[in-house]
Design a protein around this ligand. Sequence first.
Ligand code: BES
Ligand code: MN
Ligand code: ZN
Length: 480
Amino acid sequence: MSVKIQSSKNSANASNEAILHLVKKTQKWEALDLDKEAIAYVKAQLKKEKNLISIANLGKVEVIALDLGEKDEVKRRENLRKLGANFCGLVNAAGLNTARIIDHTDSVSDWYDIAEGVSLANYQFIKYRKDAKKELNSLEALAVQGKHATDAAIHKLNCTVDAVFWARDLVNEPVITLDALRIAAEAELRGKEAGIKVEVLNKTKIEALKFGGLLAVNSGSQTPPTFTIMEYKPKKAVNKKPIVLVGKGVVYDTGGLSLKPTAGMDTMKCDMAGAAAVMAAIYGAASMELPVHVVALIPATDNRPGEMAYTPGDVITMYNGLTVEVLNTDAEGRMILADALAYAGKYDPEVVMDFATLTGAAAAAIGQYGIVYMGTADEKVKAGMKQSGDAVYERLVEFPFWDEYKELLKSDIADLKNIGGPVGGAITAGKFLEHFTSYPWMHFDIAGPAYIKGNDSYRGKNGTGSAVRFLLDYLENRTK
Ligand code: BES
Ligand code: MN
Ligand code: ZN
């Protein structure tokens, strides 16, 4: 259920609303409008050094969130989001439609982090269930009352949540309903709504352009590939050269002829999470009207072992003319990204950032807790990215990008092969991509965080919308 977030000047309408009071431990919280029972409860809890105190009374949820005593700002902000997610759970358990955050502090952004946690936690993907109506979360609206809850900040939050929900929906949608044609149609639909120029290259155009990697991966499929170009170019853009985002849009990855075992295939509808991230980010940036020129490129296809599927042993000529010896058809993401990255050069970009569920190796290395990144952008650019990753708790971990790894991709019969050796799988994948870049570039491997089995607070489960909040924060910072 999406949550409409609004700023509110009025004091609480007590009857049927869940309330979260945000106060500091050092504040006179006793002066709040609480009954005796509640005050006694807070006092008892405070003695136990708990930082979240919940009081459920008369079918109404009332929560006091005291400042959490965490010194590390990155962790502190994350705790606030998680607290918001917990509150969301309480509100839905009580079956209430509306909730209110009353900020009694002078903090500029604590309310924002809590509200973000509340609204992101309210996401569900249950439309294919017959009990969907019954199971739908009750929470529909969130009012925020506080001196820093400005309309601008609330608009930004609504746009962010909307974008993340869209990315999650795209990832959660199975390939039977979201194939390469549908993902392009989705981009067109939302693009129109937000004022983004969208062009979809069909198979004929893709053949004419000689996107050899995309066509090779698509050759085992009954559905044609698409290559979607989204461009958001506001009049007052701060950048002369665009920021180009590239997203891996493998709408389903069976592995192709190098077929995956069932156990490794069951989640592979998530293999377009990179595409979802960049589509949602450019959509969010346009909805917020950020003054930054952004282009998103989305190569899309499924990877299947059809009759004419590309084979281990094939030599493929890519868009930029390099030849690739295919030794594993399951290393398909890099094949389609390579063409898109080479094509990105046409824009004379300021920087290119690609997002992909690219390797099991990245997921194995750091799990769902962060994003692996590597590339050729300079230290200052990387520092800006790192900062955004910390700010939204989509933390970035830089992997080494030494030339030795490039050696592992040497082929006897072609310019390079599509797999490295048994070591450094995430890095050799990155090094493969580097061959197709000619500008400052960073590669983000989101195989770990993009799709998760268990519930993780406000990230939910299944599609998480990984990298959307990171990108929105990064693009917003670029405008400052
Ligand atoms: N889509 C997979 C990577 C993946 C794994 C994404 C787990 C999400 C979760 C990718 O196309 C793939 O199959 N990679 C191979 C590369 C190998 C054949 C060199 C891998 O990581 O095993
Ligand atoms: Mn694969
Ligand atoms: Zn894949």
